[in-house]
Design a protein around this ligand. Structure first.
Ligand code: NAD
Ligand code: UDP
Length: 310
C-alpha cells in the first residue's frame, strides 16, 4: 500500500514510518518540521519506498494514497502552548483537509487523538465511554479542544460521507527521538539526570501518568488501522500507573544520581491522574503493551546518552 503519515518526522511518526517501510509499504512522510526533525527520518531517505514532503496540514494537498495516519500536531504542552492558535488550527483544519483527501480517495484514515480528551478525569481509569472533564478556556484547551473537535469531524465525515475512519486515543508515550527540549516528563527527567541536574517535579509529584513505550504504541496504531471490528475511539496506552515522584526515583536510581528533585509550581489544569482502560484494545485489536517502563526507560536513556554525548 501507499501510506501517508502526517507528522511523520516527529517522535511517534518517525517510528511509524520506519515500521510501515519494514512491512513493505510505500510511505509518504508529510511534516512542517515544527517539532519534527529531518534527522528523525534521514536514515529512511535512501529507501526508494520513502518520500519526505515539507507541507503544513493547514493547507489542502492532493496525493494518491491508500491509507492516512493523521499525526500532525505538537504533543508536548511546552510546544503546543507556544502558538496556541496554530495548534488548534492544525488539529481542526488538518483534520478537515485530511478527511477531505480520504473522502476523495476512498482511503482509510486514522486520527491520533489523545487521553487529553478526558481532561482532568473524574473517572478512573478512563474508558472510551467517558466524555471527559475539559476546561474549554484554559492554557491546555488549544490542544484538548482541538483534538476533541477533530474526533467530532472524524465521526461526522464517517456518518455523513461514509469516510472509512479509525480513532485512537493515545496515552503518554515515550522513547528514542523525543527532543531533548521536548518538555515532556520522561525526556525532561532523563536529560536532567544525565546532566547531573536535579529533576524538576511540578506540584508535589503525586499526580499520576501511565507511560507506553513507542514500539508498543506503533504496533497498536497499525493494528487499529488494519482491523474491521471498530472505528473507535480506542484507548492505546500502558495501564501501569506511576506518580511523578516514582518516575523521578526510577530514573535517578538507574543513573545512580544522588541529588534530590526540586519542586516547581504545578501548571494550570494539569490532570491529577491518568490511566487507560484498555479492554477495547485487547478485545478488538488483541493488543496490549509488552515493554515495561523499567525497560523502556533504559532504551530511552541509551538514546539520550548518545544524543547528548554523555
Ligand atoms: P511530535 O511533536 O514529536 O510530532 C508531531 C509532528 O507533527 C512533528 O513532526 C511536527 O513537526 C508535525 N506538525 C505539527 N504541526 C504540523 C502542521 N501544521 N503541519 C504538518 N506537520 C505538523 O509529537 P508526537 O509525540 O510524535 O505526537 C504525534 C501525534 O500523536 C500527535 O498528533 C499527538 O497529539 C499524538 N499523541 C501523542 C502522545 C504522546 O505521548 N507522544 C500522546 C497523545 C497523543
Ligand atoms: N512534569 C513534571 N516535571 C517536568 C515535566 C512534567 O513534574 O519536568 C509533570 C507534569 O506536570 C504532568 C506530568 O509530569 O503532571 C506529565 O507531563 P507531560 O508534559 O509529560 O505530559 P501531560 O501532562 O500532557 O500528560
Amino acid at each position: 500500500m501507499r501510506i501517508l503519515v502526517t507528522g511523520g518526522a516527529g517522535f511517534v511518526g518517525s517510528h511509524l514510518c520506519e515500521k510501515l517501510l519494514s512491512l513493505g509499504h510505500e510511505v509518504i512522510c508529510l511534516d512542517n518540521f515544527f517539532t519534527g526533525r529531518k534527522q528523525n527520518v534521514a536514515h529512511l531517505c535512501t529507501n526508494p519506498n520513502f518520500e519526505l514532503l515539507r507541507h503544513d496540514v493547514i493547507e489542502p494537498i492532493l496525493l494518491e494514497v491508500d491509507q492516512i495516519y493523521n499525526l500532525a500536531c505538537p504533543a508536548s504542552p511546552v510546544h503546543y502552548q507556544y502558538n496556541p492558535v496554530k495548534t488548534i488550527k492544525t488539529s481542526i483544519m488538518g483534520a478537515i483537509n485530511m478527511l477531505g483527501l480520504a473522502k476523495r480517495l476512498k482511503a482509510r484514515i486514522l486520527q491520533a487523538s489523545t487521553s487529553e480528551v478526558y481532561g482532568d478525569p473524574a473517572v478512573h481509569p478512563q474508558t472510551e465511554a467517558y466524555w471527559g472533564n475539559v476546561n474549554p478556556i484554559g492554557i491546555r484547551s488549544c490542544y484538548d479542544e482541538g483534538k476533541r473537535v477533530a474526533e467530532t469531524l472524524f465521526m461526522d465525515y464517517h456518518r455523513q460521507n461514509k469516510v472509512d475512519i479509525r480513532i485512537v486515543r493515545i496515552f503518554n508515550t515515550y522513547g528514542p527521538r523525543m527532543l531533548a527540549n521536548d518538555g515532556r516528563v520522561v525526556s525532561n527527567f532523563i536529560v536532567q539526570a544525565l546532566k547531573g541536574e536535579p529533576t524538576t517535579i511540578y506540584g508535589d509529584g503525586s499526580q499520576t501518568r501511565s507511560f507506553c513505550y513507542v514500539d508498543d504504541l506503533v504496533s497498536g496504531l497499525i493494528k487499529m488501522m488494519n482491523q474491521e471490528q471498530t472505528v473507535g475511539p480506542v484507548n492505546l496506552g500502558n495501564p501501569k500507573e506511576f506518580t511523578m515522584l516514582e518516575l523521578s526515583n526510577l530514573i535517578t536510581t538507574k543513573l545512580k544520581l544522588d541529588i534530590k528533585p526540586i519542586f516547581q509550581p504545578l501548571p494550570q489544569d494539569d490532570p491529577k491522574q491518568r490511566k487507560p482502560d484498555i479492554t477495547l484494545a485487547k478485545k478488538h485489536l488483541d493488543w496490549e503493551p509488552t515493554i515495561p517502563l523499567e525497560v523502556g526507560v533504559d532504551y530511552t536513556i541509551l538514546y539520550f546518552k548518545r544524543l547528548l554525548k554523555v
